[in-house]
Design a binder for this molecule. Structure first.
Ligand code: ADP
Ligand code: MG
Length: 301
């Protein structure tokens, strides 16, 4: 067995996947089948802790979990428990003070820097750029010529049901459409991993359901690894293979809940007893762990 190289965060000098022509072929052909050519790494997090300088307590503490390649895992927990900080750590944007975070290459076991798509609650579009130009940003940054960018952009917009909107500007789009542009932009580099930080939190319930359907459709076809932060227990259970429930700050994982409902899931799943049991179990875990964070007098109120 090959030795596994360890590091406390993602290696800064890890090579990025190749740009230009091979990349573009990969993207245009990416299409509607699970990833095969690009190996999706396994995530391992062991004993990770993070405390910001000057803070009285850690943000997250003693975090350990693994995410198998191509699975969909949600993180849920009270506001301020460190979900966004943990996601940034997993992306390599922040370094944990202790512990190890590693994206293991499937064949060599070494820690690598995977191609990551990152989606925030805000669509973070450039208002002076058209939809097309916004989607093209990652490709421009990789130095791809316009003739190569254009087919990728059109393909990505089709995937998020936005073909025909290439020349619109962000101010002309609804919240759901903006979020779909943001998704298309993240997909342009054919990610192996998608990190999503409450991406649909600001949307109305109907649009949110639509976005969930789109996200799960994209994931089911392409099978990147998804780490999804949400406040919605229903959303977490609907989408995920596993839900990691975090306690109030300092965030710890209080339970790793396996969602034993087969994919693809239809809307009808919400009335199944197994679905309802998961929702009620996770709600009670969140309630119990939030209660622990309250002082005895607050708990008594
Ligand atoms: P969540 O996403 O679970 O709501 P966050 O990870 O955003 O929580 O934040 C957890 C805590 O860490 C908050 O109290 C927040 O103020 C603090 N925090 C987040 N980022 C920083 C930072 N860069 N510097 C100092 N404190 C931070
Ligand atoms: Mg957050």
């Amino acid at each position: 067995m090959l030795a596994r190289k360890r590091c406390s965060s993602l290696p800064a000098d890890a090579p990025l996947r190749p740009a230009a022509d091979p990349l573009i072929r990969e993207i245009v052909e990416m299409p509607d089948s699970p990833q095969q050519t690009t190996e999706v790494p396994r995530l391992t997090v062991e004993g990770a802790c993070k405390r910001f300088s000057g803070a009285l307590s850690a943000v997250y503490e003693d975090i350990g979990f693994a995410v198998e390649p191509g699975s969909f895992v949600s993180l849920i927990g009270p506001s301020g428990c460190g979900k966004s900080t943990l996601l940034k750590s997993v992306a390599g944007l922040l370094k944990p003070d202790r512990g190890e975070i590693c994206w293991e290459h499937a064949a060599t076991g070494e820690c690598i820097r995977p191609e990551i798509g990152y989606i925030f609650q805000d669509a973070t579009l450039l208002p002076w750029f058209s939809v097309r130009k916004n989607v093209e940003v990652p490709l421009r940054l990789r130095g791809l010529a316009p003739s190569l960018r254009d087919p990728v952009c059109r393909e990505m917009l089709k995937k998020v049901w936005l073909d025909g909107f290439e020349d619109y500007y962000p101010k002309e789009l609804s919240g759901g459409m903006k979020m779909r542009v943001s998704l298309a932009r993240a997909l342009t580099l054919n990610p192996q991993v998608m990190l999503l930080d409450e991406p649909f939190g600001a949307l109305d319930a109907i649009t949110r359901n639509e976005m969930n359907r789109l996200l799960i459709e994209l994931w089911f076809r392409q099978r990147w690894t998804a780490l999804f932060v949400t406040h919605s227990v229903n959303e977490a259970v609907m989408l995920s293979d596993r839900v990691l429930v975090m306690s109030a700050r300092p965030g710890r994982i209080v339970e790793d809940v396996a969602i034993d409902l087969p994919h693809p899931r239809s809307e009808a799943v919400v009335s199944e007893p197994r679905y309802l049991n998961h929702v009620s179990h996770i709600r009670s875990l969140i309630l119990a762990s939030s209660g622990e964070a309250l002082s005895p007098s607050q708990r008594g109120k």
